[in-house]
Design a protein. Structure first.
Length: 318
């Protein structure tokens, strides 16, 4: 059995296994494997990819499908059966699933490579899980950027020679020790974007810093500096709630209870709802406890009516 960071992929009618990683320019299906085993389960969750129409996007002219499907209850025989019946003309990639949350570094960099504004967000849940499980979408802008995130963000900007850009870098913060990658709490590089974070994130940063990143960016382009002040720091929460769930609080209840904290309340476009929920709330908070209480409150669902269930059971028995 193999431990560590193993990469398994099918290429040119060969099954290739390497511990040094791989480079494939066109891939169609990506497989995620949780923890450090390929064909053994040990009671952990294995994640495999399958061609599911809802999760497709174009990548360099190929169809790229990233699907995260738990097969923890499936047998080794089923896993081997998959390999026995794989498509011969398809490139396959298998890699370890990383037990982590995303921490971002969002900054505006001047023409000398120096940040003139910095912030960051935490995304505690996978977008893939949100889509696959039709779940709510939750993430937030941090009140203060962690020192290690700031350090790695600045070093990444230097490494890529970033000049005159609004950047969004993503790192994994490990939620458990991971052999070959680091200890719980460590950061590892994930993604580099030479653009702002998408969706409502720039507005969330504005609310979290009492400033205007659009103005700061324009100042950077025009003057290579900015005089735009940054105010008091807050957490800014995004809660995208999914239609069809039996929430304990109605939209009116949420607005009434969190009126002093809410900054935006909107319906998400259907094109974005799969990944971001249908009903969106942005709210600011001064403490992390208030932030997580808000998330728990708005996502809490009604308790099932036991009396109705009991009455139905009695009717069946009679």
């Amino acid at each position: 059995m193999w431990n560590g960071c193993w990469s398994v992929y099918h290429c040119n009618d060969r099954l290739c296994i390497t511990k040094k990683g791989f480079s494939v320019s066109k891939c169609i299906v990506v497989f995620y494997l949780l923890y450090n085993t390929v064909f053994r389960r040990y009671g952990t969750n294995l994640y495999l990819g399958f061609q599911i129409p809802e999760i497709k996007r174009k990548l360099y002219g190929s169809i790229f499908t990233a699907v995260n499907v738990s097969v923890a209850d499936h047998s080794d025989e089923e896993l081997c059966n998959f390999f026995a019946n794989k498509w011969d003309d398809t490139v396959y990639i298998m890699e370890e699933f990383i037990n982590a949350e995303i921490n971002s570094y969002d900054a505006i960099i001047d023409s000398h490579g120096n940040p003139i504004f910095e912030a960051g967000n935490v995304t505690p849940m996978s977008i893939m899980d949100i889509v696959n499980n039709a779940d709510n979408a939750l993430f937030y802008i941090v009140k203060d950027l962690a020192d290690d995130t700031r350090h790695l963000g600045r070093e990444t900007a230097k490494s890529f020679g970033v000049r005159s850009r609004f950047v969004h870098f993503e790192f994994f913060r490990l939620l458990s020790d991971h052999e070959g990658l680091g200890k719980k709490g460590d950061l590892m590089a994930l993604e580099v974007n030479m653009r702002p974070s998408g969706g409502f994130t720039p507005d969330m940063i504005n609310f979290a810093r009492e400033t205007d990143v659009y103005k700061i960016w324009a100042d950077m382009v025009a003057y290579d500096s900015t005089q735009k002040p940054v105010g008091t720091h807050h957490f800014c929460a995004f809660a995208g709630l999914r239609d069809g769930k039996n929430f304990a609080l109605t939209p009116d209840d949420i607005i009434e209870k969190y009126d002093d904290h809410l900054k935006m309340v909107e319906r998400m476009p259907d094109a974005l709802a799969d990944a971001m929920g249908n009903q969106m709330y942005l709210a600011t908070f001064d403490t992390e406890e208030e932030l997580h209480t808000f998330f728990a409150d708005v996502t809490r669902q009604k308790e099932p009516d036991v009396s109705v269930t009991s009455e139905a059971a009695e009717m069946v028995e009679s």
